[in-house]
Design a protein around this ligand. Structure first.
Ligand code: ADP
Ligand code: MG
Length: 379
């Protein structure tokens, strides 16, 4: 059944009079990995997988909300002390609180929501959930006076203050600002962004989810950050955003080999994002694909955040003639993102499933994605 119909049936059953329907999207990041904390660029887009909610003000000071997918109900007030127990409800409570903290208006409302963004697969279902409610509450109670970038920040603050996740801005930014057929280059230093056309005619984007997540003891993420910070400091700059390979080579003998290769990846990744921008403007998807493979190699050999399973999926992509393939996200598990010619898609997906299953004893999950609109009101 269509998502909207399903949500409406439940809404009608519990609340009667129809509300307004809103949705916001999950996201992919085409290129630009581990660049955010180095003041560099990321390159996300919203996808055709969403969280959708039907919402109506209820003239009380209580929020009453049903989650169809989790099959749960929560009711809470709008003061700080009213925080609900259920973790899914805290995303919604957090969005309400963050709007109120900024001087915005939130009153009681009834809501029913559901979605098709896979949870915890690296497509940011949590950002889709936050952005859907932030966009809706801006429309219902604030006359759309909160600007869209601030809606993304409201989602980010929700993760920080109510969900214990210390995330950057990319996921919420992409979910709120995404547009059909467009990716966005976000400058993580200035927060300026620009849309680029993404209409890969004859190609598809397919995510292959390894369904593995390696929990590593020694906080590899913090260690990568520290390497980058040390090199930047040694170069006398704030972040690696301002470094070049020549600058890095000039201090090569003064730093550890590990720090050298970490910084090399970050500097090259920034240049790759810029090269992808040019390629997209020229409609040159072969170059886009080559850059994706280069990113994978860099993440695997220089930044060392890949793992056996993701390297295996990347090798299969190469063997199958896939145009571009790389790890998406922080690494050590999760998905690869693949740009593949339409005619090769089925054979690639079948081969990846079969070979991965033979080697690791379970099939990866496959998510085809189309670059689509971010937060919006459903007509
Ligand atoms: P992701 O990488 O998908 O964002 P997170 O762990 O950050 O993974 O967020 C997943 C959480 O977001 C879920 O545990 C749940 O609390 C909430 N969530 C996401 N999608 C839904 C949904 N369809 N229904 C209810 N809650 C959801
Ligand atoms: Mg999340």
């Amino acid at each position: 059944m269509e998502l909207k119909t399903k949500i409406h049936e439940v809404f009608q059953k519990h609340f009667g009079e129809p509300g307004t329907v809103y949705a916001s999207a999950g996201r992919i990041n085409l290129i630009g990995e581990h660049t955010d904390y180095n003041g560099g660029f990321v390159f996300p887009g919203a996808i055709d997988k969403v969280i959708m909610a039907e919402i109506a003000p209820n003239d009380t000071d209580k929020v009453r909300v049903y989650s169809i997918d989790i099959d749960d109900y929560a009711e809470f007030g709008l003061n700080e002390v009213d925080a609900p127990e259920a973790s899914w409800a805290r995303y919604i409570f957090g969005v309400c609180r963050e709007i109120l903290k900024r001087g915005g208006v939130v009153k009681g409302f009834d809501a029913v929501f559901a979605g098709n963004v896979p949870l915890g697969a690296g497509l940011s279902s949590s950002a889709a959930l936050e952005s859907c409610f932030a966009f809706a509450l801006n429309d219902l109670f604030n006359d759309n006076q909160i600007d869209k970038f601030e809606l993304a920040r409201i989602g980010q603050s929700t993760e920080h203050n109510y969900c214990g996740v210390n995330c950057g801005i990319m996921d919420q930014f992409a979910s709120v600002m995404g547009q059909k057929g467009k990716l966005m280059r976000l400058d993580c230093r200035s927060m300026e962004f620009e849309y680029y056309p993404f209409n890969p005619e004859g190609y598809e984007l397919v995510l292959i989810d390894s369904r593995v997540k390696h929990e590593l003891a020694d906080s590899p993420y913090n260690k990568r950050r520290q390497s980058c910070e040390r090199v930047a400091k040694r170069l006398g700059i704030e972040t690696l955003r301002d470094a070049t390979i020549e600058m890095l080579d000039s201090i090569r003998t003064d730093i550890t080999a590990e720090d050298y290769f970490r910084a090399k990846f970050v500097i090259e990744e920034k240049d790759r994002v810029l090269a992808v921008c040019d390629a997209l403007n020229a409609g040159d998807y072969e170059t886009v694909g080559n850059k994706m493979y280069e990113t994978h190699r860099g993440l695997s050999y220089d930044y060392e955040v890949s793992c056996e399973e993701l390297d295996f999926l990347n090798d299969i992509a190469k063997e199958c003639g896939v145009t571009g393939s790389r790890i998406m996200g922080g690494g050590f598990g999760g998905c690869t993102i693949n740009l593949v010619k339409k005619e090769l898609r089925d054979s690639f997906v079948d081969t990846a499933k079969k070979k991965f299953n033979e080697k690791y004893g379970h099939e990866p999950k496959v998510y085809p994605v189309v670059i689509s609109d971010g937060a919006h009101k459903e007509e």
